[in-house]
Design a protein around this ligand. Structure first.
Ligand code: GCV
Length: 714
């Protein structure tokens, strides 16, 4: 019996280690290191010696391990380590390990790197040089990216250093394992079994993030529980911090404003109360004893029912500065969110953050940074840039993007976010004349700030493929790459990602990049064309609900945003409406005051217009709106055709997932189109333009669809 069991075990072990036995399931992200063809293998094998000076740090060790893993995966041969120079080798060097390094690392800071093809003692080598081992890790990852994406490895001359200091993921992960707006399963943090059980996945998370330059992670939801500040949870966060440290990734925590009252029975959370300030000082001291390099706090206060300093008639600056004082002795920072709007404020929701925060410019402590969403409402498929960018020159502002697609199709729609991120970063605020882009506001160059940051609300969960779909991984990837270098193009990033994720073969890369690049615009077309926003159904934000008008707060209702009736549609934010355009620099406000000089992509965001208003194309607003609703699903059908043509080139499992998800997306794009047209037609009373088919159902059918178990709504 035992002998038979042993035979089975041996057979099973052999099977699970057989090459190719594991199907591609997306787990490896951009660190697949797939075996290359013979010619490329030979090319890569020429680099199969890694030259390093002895005395490796944990960070240098992980850099070496990544190079070894990568080269072994791509060539089948594990590279050797050597202390002496060899022809073709990869040489990792810092000024400390190679004092003779001739000015190679000047200007690279603590995280940047240079990669150069050079000759040393008559031998051709690839030098990866940096001021620190962390820089070497980033350089090694860049070289591996080139190696994986089929780029030439000769005559390299690369220098790269991030302009933005804090490049963070924000996890909206709850302590009970759910993820707010998460569409990739439960939280990856196994809070219950931490700190004892450190899942190997945490290390892979750090590897994947380090490879794209992310250097911090906020572990818990901004709708925070006070419990995350108790001793057991600090120990859990400390265990993660220990794992992430070698990868240059710091941990941060979201904090609940009333934690002193909830955890220790203080009578108030007033930031001017000495006992409250003392509580936070002691809490910060306790955290830093467990996590010496703890990053700091992220705070959602006086927003969507969360408590905050305004409950005590104090300002956001009073609150932020009190926390900042507690963190300051330890070098920590406060990221104070500007995502605020109040149910008792009848003013246009899009104006409220600006109204609250702009008067506070210059009042924040020097270790506070205000975190602003890319647009003034809430991560819509398209929003104009947030008017706070460029309007608070004395305050460091950081960008908050949403990588998880709460409003863009959640886990199944292929809507590549690179173009959305880029559109926001490249927007010109005109704060100091033309060229004052949002990117320059957040990298500090416009106003001379040294504390700079960018955050992305993570789309990561416990699903095997991390992000709920293979293509959603591209959004995480694009966020990291743009956080490192805002000047990269969304298309170049898509190309890199596609090459590493599927194959560097142009027959694969080009159609995939083609699909990705128009996909966000297609979602805008079938969900919120021409500047519409927040048309999503209640709570879960999944699917259309433009008719919804019965929610407690006016600004939770889609009708608040589109204001459609028999005469027209759109939100008047001109001076005769809410006046929100006055929050932009005069050069922009003047253009936005007139619908004819407002970019059509934002038309109904800023203007309420008659259905017969003429668009630039000459068609009426009604016809143009319907045409866009038609265009969205048609684009998705095109993606289905392109994807089908790729079948011979993509592994079966990943092909099947994308094929199925595109089917869902097409069905749902039609649903969005039909439901929206059925509703708006019931108000506009106009015929559909020639060739545009009638919705599949009557309006009531769309109104009665219910999705009580749609994910992510916690
Ligand atoms: C974490 C939107 C989301 C909420 C989220 C909030 C925020 O309103 O729907 O789930 O809460 O933004 O950013 O704080």
């Amino acid at each position: 019996m035992i002998a038979r069991l042993l035979c089975w075990m041996i057979a099973l072990t052999a099977a699970s280690w057989a090459p190719g036995a594991l199907a591609e399931d997306g787990y490896d992200l951009w660190l697949r290191y797939a075996r290359t063809d013979e010619a490329r293998s030979a090319d890569l094998a020429a680099h199969a010696t890694i030259i390093v000076a002895p005395g490796a740090s944990p960070t240098l060790n992980v850099a070496i391990a990544e190079l070894q893993r990568g080269l072994a995966g791509m060539t089948g041969v594990a590279p050797a380590l050597s202390g002496t120079m060899r022809q073709g080798a990869l040489w990792l060097a810092t000024p400390a390990s190679a004092p003779a390094l001739p000015g190679e690392t000047a200007g690279l800071g603590g995280e940047g790197y240079a990669i150069r093809s050079i000759e040393v003692d008559g031998k051709a080598v690839t030098l990866i040089a940096a001021n620190s081992d962390l820089g070497l890790l980033h350089g090694a990852c860049h070289w591996l990216r080139l190696a994986q994406s089929g780029a030439s490895l000769d005559r390299l001359d690369i220098r790269s250093a991030p302009k933005i200091r804090l490049r963070l993921l924000n996890h909206w992960d709850n302590l009970n394992g759910t993820v707010e707006r998460g569409y990739a399963g439960q939280s990856i943090w196994d809070w219950w079994r931490l700190p004892d059980w450190k899942a190997p996945r945490y290390t892979d998370y750090a590897r994947a993030n380090a490879a794209i330059g992310i250097n911090g992670t906020v572990l818990n939801n901004v709708n925070a529980k006070a419990d995350s500040l108790t001793a057991p949870y600090i120990a859990k966060a400390a265990a993660l911090a220990d794992l992430f440290r070698p990868y240059g990734i710091k941990v941060y925590l979201s904090v609940r404003w009333t934690a002193p009252m909830e955890l220790d029975g203080l009578r108030t959370a007033d930031p001017r109360d000495p006992a409250v300030a003392g509580w936070w000082r002691a809490k910060a001291d306790e955290i830093y004893r467990a996590i010496p390099d703890f990053g700091g706090f992220l705070v959602k206060a006086n927003s969507e029912g969360q408590p905050g300093p305004q409950d005590y008639k104090r300002t956001h600056a009073d609150g932020a500065n009190m926390l900042a004082a507690a963190l300051k002795p330890h070098g920590g920072i406060v990221m104070w969110r500007a995502f605020v709007y109040a149910h008792d404020n009848p003013d246009d929701r899009a104006k409220q953050a600006y109204a609250d925060f702009r008067p506070l410019d210059g009042q924040f402590a020097d270790n506070v940074i205000v975190q602003v969403k890319n647009g003034a409402i809430d991560f819509q498929p398209r929003e104009p840039f947030h008017p706070l960018f460029g309007a608070m020159p004395k305050t460091p502002l950081m960008m908050e993007f949403q990588i998880t697609k709460e409003y863009l199709g959640q886990s199944t729609h292929l809507t590549y976010l690179g173009p959305l991120f880029k559109e926001a970063l490249d927007s010109d605020t005109f704060a100091k004349g033309a060229g004052s882009t949002v990117a320059k506001v957040i990298d500090g160059s416009l106003d001379g700030h040294r504390l700079t940051g960018i955050a992305g609300v993570a789309n990561i969960g416990a699903d095997r493929d991390w992000s709920g779909s293979i293509f959603n991984q591209a959004d995480w990837y694009a966020f990291g790459r743009l956080a490192w270098d805002t000047s990269l193009s969304a298309e170049a990033i898509a190309r890199e990602w596609a090459a590493m994720t599927f194959s560097p073969d142009p027959k694969v890369v080009e159609p995939i990049v083609g699909m990705m690049m128009g996909s966000r615009e297609a979602a805008v077309d079938y969900m919120t064309p021409l500047g519409l926003a927040h048309m999503m159904d209640t709570g879960h934000h999944y699917g259309p609900g433009p008719w919804v008008s019965d929610l407690a707060r006016p600004e939770w209702n889609p009708v608040y945003y589109h204001r459609a009736d028999a005469d027209g549609i759109g939100f008047d934010r001109t001076d005769s409406g809410s006046g929100a355009i006055g929050q932009y620099a005069p050069a922009i406000a003047t253009r936005l005051a007139n619908p004819h000089t407002t970019p059509e992509r934002h038309l109904l965001w800023f203007h309420h217009l008659p259905w017969d208003y003429r668009l630039a194309s000459g068609e009426t607003l009604w016809d143009g709106l319907v045409r866009r609703y038609d265009r969205g699903p048609a684009y998705v059908a095109g993606m289905q055709t392109l994807w089908a043509s790729l079948k011979p080139h993509i592994d079966a499992r990943r092909f099947a997932q994308t094929e199925a998800f595109l089917t869902i997306q097409h069905r749902e794009a039609l649903w969005w189109r039909d439901a929206s047209i059925a509703y708006f037609q019931s108000l506009a009373h106009r015929p559909l333009p020639a060739g545009s088919p009638a919705p599949a159902h009557d309006l009531n059918w769309y109104k009665t669809q219910r999705f009580p178990y749609a994910p992510g709504h916690s």
